[in-house]
Design a protein. Structure first.
Length: 286
């Protein structure tokens, strides 16, 4: 297990990370979730041993951070003269793992791009190269900094699939500012804000720990005497309630539902958790 206890780092007068404690077990995906500037990348640098904390410690039970942890950062610089196979060969030599180069190229879906120069790859395939190079160290724990940032939906899905496949044999820590990604991908989530850890748990645990309403929304007009309080105007509205089924029932009973479009029921999510523990909407911090 990879553990940190009270990791803190200051740059000048700025408290970038404050007393961050994380546990990452084998065969699980943990999300480090927070808005841009929350201290996620600095935390990853300390957890991987690349940056010395001002206080606190990080260690691997029955192992070492140097040998058992690999980190892949969001932005990687490549030699424009290298092809995918040449870059991977170089990384395999540096990591003393020449036998698995082809395996990782094939596993992440880069087999058809071996002869492609690195700058000519799509954003999604560049992310795959990053992940494959990180795996060449054959780490027990893989730290991925914003692995799907900037990708289109299809490329995001492909990268998530790769992460899920390797999580069966490795502990993976994913830093992200995407609520959707954290909720879909991660077994557990650590939310940080301004460098401080504010809450942690599985997505279901975090959501069930707060008192938040469902949101029933639709396009159309609702009469003023409707049984539930509505927010909006004549063109669209939303109703916040812990009994969404009763709202729909009333819409049906009063023959209102036929005149509505795009009716949806949104359950409480991580955005509500963030608001509960910080007092601010997540989009305002992002």
């Amino acid at each position: 297990m990879l553990k940190s206890e009270n990791l803190s780092k200051n740059f000048g007068e700025a408290d970038v990370v404050q007393e961050l404690s994380i546990e990452l077990g084998e065969s699980e995906i943990v999300g480090l979730l927070g808005p841009n500037g929350a201290g996620k990348t600095t935390a990853m640098q300390m957890l991987s041993g690349l940056l010395k904390p001002d206080s606190g410690e990080v260690w691997v039970e029955e192992g070492s951070v140097k040998e058992d942890v690999s980190v892949v950062f969001q932005e990687a610089e490549y030699d424009s003269k290298l092809k995918v196979k040449e870059f991977m060969r170089m990384m395999s030599v540096l990591n003393e793992n020449r036998t698995q180069m082809d395996y990782f190229i094939e596993t992440v879906g880069l087999d058809d791009f071996r002869e492609t120069f690195l700058p000519n790859l799509s954003g999604g395939n560049k992310k795959k190269v990053n992940i494959a190079s990180g795996l060449l160290k054959d780490p027990d724990f893989l730290l991925l900094d914003e692995p799907t940032s900037g990708l289109d939906p299809r490329a995001k899905k492909n990268v998530r699939t790769i992460i899920e496949e390797f999580s069966s044999e490795k502990g993976i820590l994913v830093s992200t500012h995407s609520m959707e990604e954290a909720e879909k991908l991660c077994d557990r989530i650590v939310i940080i804000e301004n460098g401080e850890q504010v809450i942690s748990g599985s997505p279901d645990e975090l959501i069930s720990s707060i008192e938040a309403d469902f949101v029933v929304s639709a396009e159309g007009e609702i009469p003023d005497d409707f049984e539930f309080e509505t927010i909006g105007n004549k063109d669209n509205f939303e109703i916040r309630t812990d009994k969404p089924h009763l709202v729909v029932k009333k819409l049906v009973e009063r023959n209102l539902i036929e005149n509505l479009s795009n009716l949806s029921i949104q359950k409480p999510g991580l955005e509500d958790v963030f608001f509960e523990v910080t007092g601010r909407r997540y989009e305002e911090s992002n």
